[in-house]
Ligand binder design. Sequence first.
Ligand code: LLP
Length: 417
Amino acid sequence: MDHFQYKDNQLFAEQVSLDEIAECVGTPCYVYSRATLERHWNAFNDAFEDYPHRICYAVKANSNLAILNLFTRLGSGFDIVSGGELRRVIKAGGDPKKTIFSGVGKQEWEIREALEHDIDCFNIESEGELQRISRIAQSLDKIASISVRINPDVDAKTHPYISTGLRDNKFGLTPERAIKIYEQASTDRHIRVRGVACHIGSQLTELTPYKDALDRILDFVDLLENRGIPIDHIDFGGGLGVRYHSEKPPTPSQYWATLKERLESRGHNLPVTIEPGRAIVGNAGILLTTINYIKEGEVSNFCVVDAGMNDLIRPALYQAYQEIVEVNQSDRIVKKSYDVVGPVCESADFLGKQRELAVEEGGRLAVRTSGAYAAVMSSNYNARPRPAEVMVDGDQFHVVKERETLESLYEGEHFIP
Ligand code: LLP
């Protein structure tokens, strides 16, 4: 459930009307709901009850400092994939000691900085990475904690671009290769083996791939035990889907009940870490946009709005469906089918196709489920400043990121002599 609801045909975020935000801040802008963010984080945390666990919010889904700070206040840990994300966590007051570092391409400086801040664990993805981490840990006279990300070779049944647990993906290692890394790591004075990690993909709406992946991870945990390599947690990644359209993803408690049942039936009670991103922030945000023109076309009608693919690339990149609704519902306007498009000079610049909308020029639309992978994937294409970001908190709203200025777009650019 989210806190974007109509009152008297006007769309509100909690108790603030989106029209009011648009008038004060301008459009396009992203609007987040604090109550929804907290509700979703707590839904994961509560699902585990007294089972030892840790929620490490996947920063990549939305790394706005205000959002990271809210989760810090709830006691969250963080899953990062870059030195930039680590800096954001620290800036937001987050605890590096509750932070895990994922990703296939960790650079020297990123590893060094993570070690200097004593992050909790590196989830490593290659033999070369283990060597690099060991060498840097030695030079800093530190001990690096590691898990290896296992690629369980299961089909997450999601879009191929966001599926990560198949053998032909760049992510993780086969159990056969991983075991060699663990054996090497367990003899290295600068490495402490901590866990086993896995993440099979994003926007999962079924539990079966999770069950299959967990079975393979547990086989691997048994193998480690047999080789005398103890671990202290399983990191099961993120990936739980949200409702963009008509999907019916499992709730956090259904998800955890399934995993717990599996763990128990196999006689395991290891602490579990999860790295949810989208399921926490996705439906806690919308993209607010104003209709610039209504253009009747030969084949389709176009609703040309002031937000474009540079502000929300998911429809263009993954053919993703995101619900688009009128900020003001009116019986006076006739409903028609529109392609909702932006001002960017690309035919891929659409937010939605063939949407039944009652709209007129100057009206406003909200693109739902824009809390995850929206602002973070935005760009300045066509010299468009990135939008403002706003957080609603009850009957108040706060600008949590200012709109970029046109001048800022060429800061750091220079003529040659
Ligand atoms: N952990 C790891 C190691 C990941 O790679 C990801 C996401 C997550 C956790 C968080 O997954 P989530 O709970 O948010 O599904 N841009 C794409 C999604 C890319 C996800 C990449 N990895 C989209 O807009 O659909």
